[in-house]
Design a protein around this ligand. Sequence first.
Ligand SMILES: *[C@@H]1O[C@H](CO)[C@@H](O)[C@H](O)[C@H]1NC(C)=O
Ligand SMILES: *[C@@H]1O[C@H](CO)[C@@H](O)[C@H](O)[C@H]1NC(C)=O
Length: 235
Amino acid sequence: MKEETIIFAVTMLLCLTSVASTSGVASFYAGPYIPSACYGYSDNGTNIISVSDALWDNRNACGRKYRLWCKIVSEGIYQPCTGDHAVYVSGYDVTVVDHCGQCNVVSTTSIGVASFYAEPYLPSACYGNNDNGTNIISVSDELWDNRNACGRKYKLWCKPVSEGIFEPCTDDIAVNVFGYEATVVDYCGQCNGFTMLLSQEVFSALTNTNNGKIQVEYLQIKRVAHDLRWMREVK
Ligand SMILES: *[C@@H]1O[C@H](CO)[C@@H](O)[C@H](O)[C@H]1NC(C)=O
Ligand SMILES: *[C@@H]1O[C@H](CO)[C@@H](O)[C@H](O)[C@H]1NC(C)=O
């Protein structure tokens, strides 16, 4: 793929959430699709993708097949995913034929350490005595952004400290794959060294033990800028 054709290149961000599935953010590129980084001037059709460094795997990605799903960014908001029920449910199979390097990466997940806080949740630093439910988090200086953090939504994943060791993360596959959404309503300053404090409810959705802390992977949900997409390699 030539440099000038990668303007709309696929942006796929690696964000390991389980052994089976990976989440990322994707965009698209348009023809001409050849030459491709994997197969030169060979025509490999159009069910193809171009992957970022995160998936390129030193050329070993060539020919790998993935099953992709468009995942709704926010619960209840189905657009812009397809109305094709079969595709939405079963996914869409594609093959890696190209490489897009950094792929115009605009957002990525981060890793932190989270603990929890318990009721009373009011008053909150952002909304005073307004009740914003329990899917809430309190962020440290690192994320507070001079109050701009208020109302930001994050997808949160419990991330095993060591690969293959899932405890103390929840057994709930859906939560491990798709993450858990929470909104920033509070500020915890230095936070005792934690990146954020999750409400007890959010914390217990992510972990199945009484552990006081977890490694947390987080992604700010930006509803307008990019669609969250999801994919899984087909072995
Ligand atoms: C792409 O096309 C070339 C030429 O037809 C073929 O050798 C290669 O196996 C194809 N790759 C995939 C992944 O289909
Ligand atoms: C929190 O609650 C208040 C009062 O209902 C509302 O104005 C505000 O938008 C809520 N914030 C979020 C992030 O939902």
